[in-house]
Ligand binder design. Structure first.
Ligand code: PLP
Length: 383
């Protein structure tokens, strides 16, 4: 394979980037003070704020999803605060390290992998002590479990001193979210997942309540991710704090245009239908889902191999068939693989990916009826 060989990237991010978004990445650079760019950045901030019904401030900045996690913690807690981390897998657990390093008192409630922490469990825990903040992962990319963020939001509303943070990195723009109706105080995502853009930009949406929390903290130790440093720029995009990712702003504007053209709710519904059809297809091929029924994400699947399939060989065969999928994490490594099916990945991409799965299973010695996965998918999508 040479460096430009085309493989279909079906991992849980980066996801396929459509031509019109790639064209934005390739545009000649402009100064960040150029009035044309100043207007383009203004538009992105406003459109993203409206998309998630944010009553405070949205911050689309250079960095990845992990930096957004730090920003959420940095602006809403101070050393010694109690925080409740709700974990449905690897990315939920990532907050443990971030919060421990900051000197926060960390309590964790974890679900078995494949399951989710219930709103009732969260309610019981929040009642125990005063928590400054709680984190929930919307879709945990290690398990493909989607958390009931709306029901959790109803619980969170009973605890006004607790900032409700949702990690939407593997969810936003594909799983329906509305900060207002779901009582979410801080939401964040990154460009390379369901927005279908190259990696390098993250977005934090901070509610009014979160902006007020930040104000109450005085000076915070963190610099780049401080809301207060960015507020003047978000309010007047001709101002400078740190250099904006110019081409990523354009690429995100194009992504938002595509999302709004399809319609935000229609896009989420498309993802739901697609994920269900993929599940039927995978089950027809003998795979089992790690995520239990009733909490399966729209955006990706974690698929447990049929008996006797070697993970490394399977993924090598997939690559030879032109499709990249991801390995699994922790105790599921070697036993399952992960396929992203989000953003601007098309039905034709799904068909290509499923046909590669069939051929790769066959190469791994599994008796498969060729076309069974693809046929099941097509039949489900035609319903
Ligand atoms: C990918 C991901 C992250 C980390 O984002 P990076 O852009 O890789 O830093 C965090 N949370 C979830 C749920 C993710 O899927």
């Amino acid at each position: 394979m040479n460096k430009d060989s085309n493989v279909l990237v079906m991992i849980p991010g980066p996801t396929p980037v459509v031509d019109s978004i790639r064209a934005e990445m390739a545009r000649p650079i402009q100064a960040f003070g150029d009035p044309r760019f100043v207007a383009d950045y203004r538009k992105l901030i406003d459109d993203l704020g409206a998309m998630m019904h944010c009553n405070g401030q949205c911050f689309p900045l250079a960095g990845t999803g992990t930096l957004a996690m730090e920003m959420a913690i940095a602006n809403n807690t101070k050393k010694g605060d109690n925080v409740l981390l709700v974990s449905n897998g690897f990315f939920g657990d990532r907050f443990i390290d971030i919060c421990t390093r900051k000197g926060l008192n960390v309590d964790v409630i974890s679900a078995e992998w494949g399951d989710f922490v219930t709103p009732e469990q969260i309610d019981a825990k929040l009642a125990e002590k005063d928590y400054a903040l709680m984190t929930v992962t919307h879709v945990d990319t290690s398990t493909a479990v989607v958390a009931p963020i709306e029901a959790i939001g109803k619980v969170a509303a009973k605890y006004p001193n607790t900032i409700y943070v949702v990690d939407g990195v593997a969810a936003e723009a594909a799983e329906y979210t509305n900060m207002e109706t779901m009582n979410i105080d801080v939401l964040f995502t990154a460009s390379q997942k369901a927005f279908g853009v190259c990696s390098g930009m993250f977005i934090v949406w901070a509610s009014k309540k979160s902006l007020e929390r930040r104000k109450s903290l005085g000076t915070i130790p963190e610099y780049y991710v401080d809301y207060e440093k960015w507020m003047p720029v978000m309010e007047d995009t001709s101002k400078y704090f740190a250099t904006p990712a110019v081409n990523l702003v354009w690429a995100m504007n194009e992504s938002v245009r595509i999302i709004n053209q399809e319609g935000f709710e229609a896009r989420c519904a498309r993802h739901t239908k697609n994920a269900k059809a993929m599940a039927k297809a995978f089950e027809a091929l003998g795979f089992k889902y790690l995520a239990k029924e009733g909490c399966r994400a729209n955006t990706l699947s974690v698929l447990i191999y049929p008996e006797g399939v070697n993970d490394a060989q399977f993924r090598k065969e997939m690559l030879e068939n032109g499709v990249v999928v991801a390995g699994s994490l922790a105790s599921y490594a070697g036993k399952s693989f992960r396929m992203g099916h989000m953003g601007n990945a098309t039905e034709n991409d799904m068909i290509t990916a499923l046909s590669a799965v069939e051929r790769s299973l066959m190469a791994c010695g599994v008796k498969v009826e060729l076309g069974k996965g693809v046929g099941t998918y097509l039949a489900e999508m035609a319903k």
